[in-house]
Design a protein around this ligand. Structure first.
Ligand code: KIV
Ligand code: ZN
Length: 389
């Protein structure tokens, strides 16, 4: 792998699909998997095969259809899970088993009623079981965000020795601050002797709205895989949003990082996932929200019309969004109004626009947004008044 290449591991079909009401059938999952492959993701986490016959079938069908991306199945640190995952992945050109266990003291005591030593042995064991089926084994240390760094380093060293080639450091509860998550990755790089034999992966949840920031802190510190979902879908407040991390990496070239994502496909796939999962995207969502390229305040509109870069750091074309919009509200100014009249075919001079602006404000104060039909009415009334005068 090139030094600055960040692998994009999409888990929309596994962690994203865990959202209540977002369950997909095999046909829907297959369609999305093929579009994820076309988008350029490196790894598609297709499901949790032991969880249900439907999930098993989806992973199997996706394994048959996907040719370039790695297809991955999730398991617990349980032999049967791993055998079933291997079975569902048997047609994959590039199969990956993603196995692991909780490593924070809270998980060790409350979930497993166990000890650090026992969990260490179980972690080693699950990687060995998985290696019986494929060379591509990823280990996750669930709740790594709240795991003691010294113990985490011991577990990571041991699972790499057992054959894991990717080590996932999930901030399962979205607990970390970006500097803490970055320091955790740096700690592993500096304290795990065999870390050069594995790729470090960031898997961040969004409980405090920090999933994207934490993933970026992780790759700045040296991780080279990000686990994310389209539209940031996922349990509770969601996962890291694929479109956000990809565009941050593209925008900030000085980081020396890149991905293989074809960014023009981000908005079409966002819409497809939103429609299929019946999960609307919030209008102010970065990159894919309906307002991501809308300008409504007078100061912004005036600047944007002089030079789009004054208020847009990426173009809508770059991410496959509809063209930028000048939205007319009571906060809009004269330049935006003149621009919209011009688009509707009306030619008005500055004095006309001054008069029309007062009429426009009366309508704007009574409505959330002034539409083309409202503008046409205002313009035609003004033209007939002028003709009569
Ligand atoms: O959030 C998490 O810890 C996970 C693991 C199962 C990878 O989703
Ligand atoms: Zn997760």
């Amino acid at each position: 792998m090139a030094a600055g290449k960040v692998d994009i591991f999409d888990t929309t079909l596994r962690d994203g699909e865990q959202v209540p009401g977002c369950k997909l059938n095999t046909k829907e999952k297959l369609e999305i998997a093929l579009q994820l492959e076309a988008l350029g993701v490196d790894i598609i986490e297709a499901g949790f095969p032991i969880s249900s016959p439907g999930d098993f079938e989806s992973v199997e069908q996706i394994s048959k259809a996907v040719k370039n991306a790695t297809v991955c199945g999730l398991t617990r640190a349980v032999q049967k899970d791993i055998e079933v995952a291997a079975q569902s992945l048997r047609y994959a050109v590039r199969p990956r088993i993603h196995t692991g266990i909780g490593t924070s003291d809270l998980h060790i005591k409350s979930k497993f009623n166990s000890t650090r030593e026992d969990i260490l042995q179980r972690a080693i064991q699950c990687v060995k079981w998985a290696r019986n089926f494929t060379d591509d084994v990823e280990f996750y240390a669930e709740d790594a965000g709240r795991t003691d760094n010294d113990y985490l380093a011991k577990v990571i060293e041991a699972v790499i020795k057992a054959g894991a080639s990717v080590v996932n450091i999930p901030d399962t509860t979205g607990y970390c601050l970006p500097y803490q998550y970055g320091e955790k990755i740096a700690y592993l790089i500096n304290n795990v002797p065999n870390i050069d034999k594995a790729v470090i992966s960031c898997h961040c949840h969004n409980d405090l709205g920090l999933a994207t920031a934490n993933s970026i802190a992780g790759v700045i510190a040296g991780a080279r895989q990000i686990e994310c979902t389209i539209n940031g879908l996922g349990e509770r407040a969601g996962n890291t949003s694929l479109e956000e991390v990809v565009m941050i990496i593209k925008q900030h070239k000085h980081l020396g990082l890149h991905t293989n994502i074809i960014t023009e496909q981000l908005n079409p796939l966002s819409r497809k996932v939103s429609d299929t999962m019946r999960m609307p995207v919030q209008p102010n969502k970065a990159i894919v929200g309906s307002n991501a390229f809308s300008h409504s305040s007078g100061i912004h509109q005036d600047g944007f019309l002089k030079n789009a870069q004054t208020y847009e750091i990426i173009t809508p074309e770059e991410v496959g969004a509809d063209s930028s919009k000048i939205v007319l509200t009571a906060r809009s100014g004269r330049s935006a109004l003149a621009y919209r009249f011009q688009n509707l075919g009306f030619q008005f001079n500055r004095n006309d626009v001054d008069v029309l602006y007062n009429e426009f404000l009366k309508v704007a104060d009574s409505k959330k947004e002034v539409e083309d039909a409202d503008l046409s009415l205002i313009a035609k009334k003004y033209q007939s008044n002028v003709a009569l005068a």
